[in-house]
Design a protein around this ligand. Structure first.
Ligand code: SF4
Length: 428
């Protein structure tokens, strides 16, 4: 059987027999959609915000070239360094060079799907840096050597027993399978790392072109430490995250948490406009007062502009990475993003995967979609994922990526007139 398909089938079979995964996913697919529905009833302005964000994303993508230039100009005006990376490799090299030139050793990170996309941790660790994730879920999957199973709650596939076992092994001391105990253990372990780190790396939920402001949304408070405690802060994010104004950027970032997990507001929204500085002594401006003295913003293409040029798929770029479509998806509920995803999960992940990593990686994901259409009904950006999956399947078939069971059915229909490959009895 073709390797790209047989390897995937093996993972599917494993996932279907994994009771721990089953029980964890059950919680995601019931709790989050229920909380979201309840919350939306209580937010009279939600629909206004949602439409406004969609309009602003569509407009921004239509004007992406000018927004990139405007963002560059305004980010540089704040005293930060702007770097445009065409590929993941370029972004990784830039970041590694900055860290090496400053003699950095210990690097702390906030949750960022873009850094997962470009395999930043692996690349930095291979170059000798010590890289530590600080979001609770990301920390867990890092020490387990896994990848995120959900864009907003990356370790959602793990039960409390599994988490306690992982922490006990990693920290070399008994951690009780109890929620407070697990959070406390990670908090204590990470606390000194925040202040010892030489650099912090985060993603961005949005960038405002008019002010060069970075918007970061979170609940844990770790991204605040990462972006504020070390002397260097590096932001790496995709070109599609640029909005024309700071107001647009804030509203768009505020839309993620209600949709993703059904919470009205995230605990923290950080707005970062340039490096830290003070002019309190004789009006002389000094960088690095309490926060970082250096801020680098790496804006990544990595297939996004190609996606934007495609009439069939450009809509996928409006995705907020809120994960709402995954929470309601029957395939995700069975497999999680660990199986039904390369880096980006689910139907929307299949589209992104095809542009970032190529058709072969996207093929098993695209053919697993059930075409039930539930994702389309909840997507705040109204992305027609099922329709795009059909278009992707056409592309895959034209390129020879057809799952063997499907090509067998097609052959049988051609030869025998039925999908089973048996000669039909003639009815007298
Ligand atoms: S496709 Fe829509 S629902 Fe799914 S992650 Fe993107 S914005 Fe959220």
């Amino acid at each position: 059987m073709t390797t790209w398909f047989s390897d995937y089938v093996e993972k599917v079979v494993d996932a279907l027999g994994n009771d721990m995964l089953r029980s964890a996913l059950e919680k995601v697919s019931t709790r989050f959609p229920r909380a979201r529905l309840q919350l939306l009833k209580e937010l009279p302005y939600y629909e206004y915000y949602r439409k406004r964000v969609r309009e602003s994303r569509v407009w921004s993508l239509e004007h992406i070239d000018e927004l990139i230039w405007m963002a560059k100009e305004n980010i540089e005006k704040t005293g930060a360094v702007f770097h445009y990376a065409n590929t993941g490799e370029e972004a990784v090299n830039y970041i590694a060079n900055v860290l090496r030139d400053r003699g950095a050793k210990l690097i702390i990170k906030g949750k960022s799907m873009v850094t997962e996309e470009i395999f930043l941790n692996r690349a930095l660790i291979e170059r000798g840096f010590d890289v530590i994730e600080t979001d609770f879920g990301e920390f867990l999957i890092q020490i387990r050597g896994e990848k995120p199973s959900h864009p907003v709650v990356p370790a959602v596939h793990l039960t409390i027993d599994e988490i306690a076992k992982t922490l006990t092994n990693f920290l070399n001391k008994e951690i009780a399978p109890e929620h407070h105990a697990c959070v406390k253990a990670v908090r204590e372990y990470l606390r000194e790392k925040f202040f010892k780190a030489d650099a912090g790396i985060t993603g961005a939920n949005a960038i405002a072109a008019d002010t060069g402001t970075i918007v970061l949304v979170e609940n844990e408070g770790n991204a605040r430490f990462v972006s504020n405690a070390p002397p260097i802060h590096i932001v790496v994010t995709g070109v599609e995250k640029i909005y024309p104004t700071v107001e647009d950027a804030i509203i768009a970032s505020m839309l993620i948490i209600p949709n993703a997990v059904g919470l009205k507001m995230p605990s923290y929204i950080s707005l970062i406009t340039g490096p830290s500085s003070t002019s309190d002594i004789e009006l002389v401006s000094i960088r690095g007062a309490h926060g970082p003295r250096e801020l680098h913003v790496v804006l990544l293409d990595n297939g996004r502009l190609k996606m934007l040029k495609s009439q069939d798929f450009k809509e996928a770029l409006t995705c907020l990475k809120c994960g709402t479509c995954l929470n309601i998806c029957p395939v995700y509920r069975e497999l999680s993003g660990l199986v039904w995803g390369y880096i980006y999960s689910g139907g929307i992940g299949a589209i992104w995967t095809s542009f970032i990593y190529g058709l072969e990686k996207a093929a098993p994901l695209a053919f697993t979609c059930l075409q039930c259409g539930r994702c389309k009904t909840v997507c705040p950006m109204e992305i027609d994922i099922p329709e795009m999956i059909l278009k992707l399947r056409r592309l895959l078939i034209e390129s020879g990526y057809i799952p063997p069971p499907i090509s067998n059915i097609a052959k049988n229909i051609e030869e025998y007139g039925n999908p089973y490959g048996v000669l039909e009895k003639k009815v007298e």
